[in-house]
Design a protein around this ligand. Structure first.
Ligand code: ADP
Ligand code: MG
Length: 729
């Protein structure tokens, strides 16, 4: 009799690390060769067209048709020099993946021949038949189709033999159907608002970009084991599996050396990334066994988001080449660390100043404090929206579980900054500052230690932590598109900066001096945002109670969290900034709910199938063995010895029957709950039904299966166990 699990483990023994060769001697030899970046553009384009593109990117402007024709011709020539035959508009639909539809470069001529063509028209706009992509009802009402439009701020790139052109995806009525559109709008809003505020400090600032450095966590699992786990194959996570006796208790994986097969995979991945101009710099083991991280150097946020989407794609492909599967799910294994995607975020001026880095003089330090305090207030005021942006069926398992930030949004700033903000609160009077007070405050601000950067105490349990020159948003899930949380953060901060500017201007109009006006408004914000500051252990139980006392929300249920999308406060803010309209927010809310309900539905189906088709037959087989054994003992042993000799077996037979009966009963109840839920048409009620009536069965059924795993003969157990999934490689 063959056991797929045993076969998989055997296959694993035969694996060797692949030999990976660098594409060139040094990284600089091949870095970015597969992207049509500014430098390549300069080489291939007439000067005028190049300048037009550059200007359009810098000023969020349009590119005229003639320049677009030039760019298209240049792109085609460049791509064909790599043997590229097709092109695609590459976009980020709301199902969380990336979409592409490849068209060949060639066009038929009248006389039945072919010629290679790719013009400005094809570059600028396409109409993919994307009617099966989620639109949250937007497309159904008006037009079945949407169109994609070129985003010149993110360079085109080559994957295999296809030229990929980053685009936005919108409906005919102009509504965003993707992640990129609102992201770009939020970046625009942030640029405008931040420049306005910077003008208070430095007249040379005329552009502010958001910077994003993501850290991508993931698990690797051998492909043979992966195929032997239908739950991993179909849901990206294990729906059952008893904890391994050893997992991450010894904390020996984090600093451990990277296993050879894994390091070959990582190098291969990095080579692909480098060719695509993704500056991946850091790689290491993560806390859980078989968990890893990769992080690039930060980039402009829109580009960084594209690079992360691209990386997730490439990672999956390269993993397969190495007989691995990359698991990007937030919680592939119960009871050990999940995977996040920390979003390190800051703002950078055209003058090269990082607005979240302490400066060298009182003026720049006041600017630094202004941006810190405004960011904190934005997070305070829109915490629920930020949480909504990172919630999902997967992240629900992670937030608040092992070594992951809770579903409570708080901000950590470290003791130095805490002291400085306290001082502002204590020393700035509500009205008129005396000259002495001003001098003292400025002097103190001037002393903000430059060493703050090296010196910041790190708090790895905070969902939103200041780390010396940026904030790190740690609640983002590993499989997510960073654009969703970045859009909300940019918008909330833009909104806040606008408010700040108006308040400062008003005080100045009333006769206050500029610095004094700034100090007074900052003080007001510090007091207003007080309850969001938390410097302690965010993973602790006490924090949950403390947060409740402070009135901070702790929403662990995804559908509940998503509700903030259609809160009047969110609609007002995002609408005012022209980032997302009420209609778009309603659509997004529905799509999130629909995705959530579908994920739970799939998980519930897979679990039901596995329970009935894999687990129950296995345990019956084992039970039969026990029964035979008991019968045999009865035949050969005298009655007084039999009871002792058969007691373990009899007990196991009974326990198996008990768990089996409970599993079957609950699977039936779960199927009924699903059947009831599926009758609901309104997606808001549907998601609620899946969350409250179906979801709980997943854990309850699993409990009994995991108990059975401990009873049944290891030889018979059909699914790779946690110890194999976590330690074999
Ligand atoms: P950690 O110690 O948090 O694991 P990593 O080195 O893994 O740090 O990742 C830190 C990330 O923060 C990198 O992507 C880095 O480029 C990024 N980062 C650094 N400075 C900034 C900044 N000013 N804006 C955005 N991201 C930044
Ligand atoms: Mg890191």
């Amino acid at each position: 009799m063959s056991n797929i699990r045993v076969e998989a483990v055997k296959e694993l023994f035969s694996r060797k690390p692949l030999v990976v060769e660098a594409p060139g001697e040094k990284v600089s030899d091949y870095y970015g060769i597969h992207t049509f970046g500014l430098e390549t553009m300069k080489k291939y384009l007439p000067t005028e067209a190049y300048e037009n593109v550059k200007k359009a990117v810098d000023t969020w402007g349009y590119i005229d048709r003639r320049s677009a024709d030039s760019v298209a011709a240049a792109m085609k020539a460049w791509a064909m020099s790599f043997g590229v035959t097709h092109y695609t508009h590459w976009f980020h639909p709301l199902n969380g993946s990336t979409a592409e539809k490849h068209d060949a470069f060639f066009e038929p001529t009248k006389d039945g021949k072919m010629f290679e063509h790719f013009g400005g028209k094809e570059l600028i706009q396409q109409e993919p038949d994307a009617s099966s992509l989620p639109s949250g009802g937007i497309r159904n009402t008006f037009e079945a189709r949407g169109y994609t439009a070129w985003d010149p701020s993110s360079p085109a790139f080559i994957v295999e033999k296809t030229l990929c052109i980053p685009t936005v995806f919108v409906s005919y009525t102009g509504e965003a159907l993707d992640f990129k559109t609102p992201l770009l709008k939020s970046l625009f809003a942030l640029d405008e608002a931040a420049v306005d505020v910077c003008q208070l400090f430095d007249k040379d600032v005329n552009k502010v970009i958001a910077t994003l450095g993501w850290e991508q966590e993931y698990f690797l699992v051998d492909e043979a084991l992966f195929y032997a786990r239908p739950d991993l194959l179909l849901t990206d996570r294990t729906l059952m599996g008893h904890a391994s006796a050893r997992d991450q208790q010894l904390a020996d994986h984090y600093f451990g050396s990277i296993p050879e097969r894994v390091s070959a995979f990582m190098r291969d991945l990095e080579f692909d990334c480098f060719k695509l101009g993704i500056p991946v710099k850091t790689r290491h083991n993560e806390v859980a066994p078989n968990q890893f991280e990769c992080a690039p150097v930060f980039e402009e946020a829109n580009l960084a988001v594209d690079h992360n989407q691209l990386l997730m794609d490439i990672m999956k492909k390269v993993a397969r080449k190495h007989n691995f599967r990359a698991l990007l799910h937030e919680k592939p294994y119960k009871g050990i660390n999940g995977s996040g995607k920390h979003n390190n975020w800051s703002m950078l001026t055209n003058t090269g100043v990082n607005l979240l880095a302490p400066g060298t003089n009182p003026k720049s330090n006041l600017q630094f404090l202004t941006f810190i305090v405004n960011t904190v207030k934005a997070v305070h005021d829109y915490a629920d929206l930020l949480r909504a942006s990172v919630m999902s069926a997967g992240n629900e398992h992670r937030l608040g579980a092992n070594e992951a930030p809770p579903a409570i949004i708080s901000v950590f700033i470290g003791q130095h900054l805490t002291r400085i903000l306290q001082e502002i609160e204590d020393k700035v009077p509500a009205v008129d500052m005396t000259p002495d007070q001003k001098t003292e405050l400025k002097l103190n601000i001037g002393k903000i230690p430059q060493i703050l950067l090296d010196n910041t105490d790190r708090n790895r349990t905070s969902p939103f932590a200041f780390t010396g020159n940026r904030f790190e948003f740690r609640a983002v899930g590993s499989s997510m598109n960073c654009a969703a949380p970045m859009t909300i953060l940019n918008a909330a901060v833009a909104n806040q900066l606008r408010e700040f500017k108006v308040e400062v201007d008003t005080l100045i109009e009333k006769g206050a001096k500029k610095d004094e006006a700034i100090f007074r408004i900052l003080r007001k914000y510090i007091i207003h945002s007080k309850k969001i500051f938390f410097e302690g252990n965010g993973y602790g139980e006490e924090w949950k109670q403390e947060a409740e006392r402070r009135g901070l929300s702790n929403i662990k249920d995804a559908p509940e969290a998503f509700k903030t999308y259609i809160d009047p406060k969110s609609i007002d803010m995002l609408g005012r900034l022209n980032v997302l309209s009420e209609r778009e927010l309603n659509a997004r809310y529905d799509i999130r709910l629909e995705m959530f309900a579908k994920k739970i539905q799939i998980e519930s189906r897979v679990l039901g199938d596995l329970a009935v088709n894999h687990i129950i037959p296995t345990v019956i087989k084992y039970q039969n063995r026990l029964i035979e054994n008991v019968k045999g003992l009865k035949d050969i042993l005298p009655a007084n010895e039999f009871a002792d000799a058969a007691s373990y077996q009899l007990n196991a037979i009974r326990r198996i029957s008990k768990h089996k009966a409970l599993i079957l009963e609950m699977v039936e109840e779960m199927v009924n709950a699903r059947r009831e839920a599926n009758k609901i048409e309104d997606v808001r009620l549907l998601a609620d039904a899946y969350s409250t009536k179906v979801k709980h069965f997943l854990n309850e059924i699993r409990y009994h299966i995991d108990k059975l795993e401990l009873i049944v003969d290891d030889d018979l157990w059909p699914l790779p166990k946690y110890r194999e999934l976590l330690f074999a490689r």
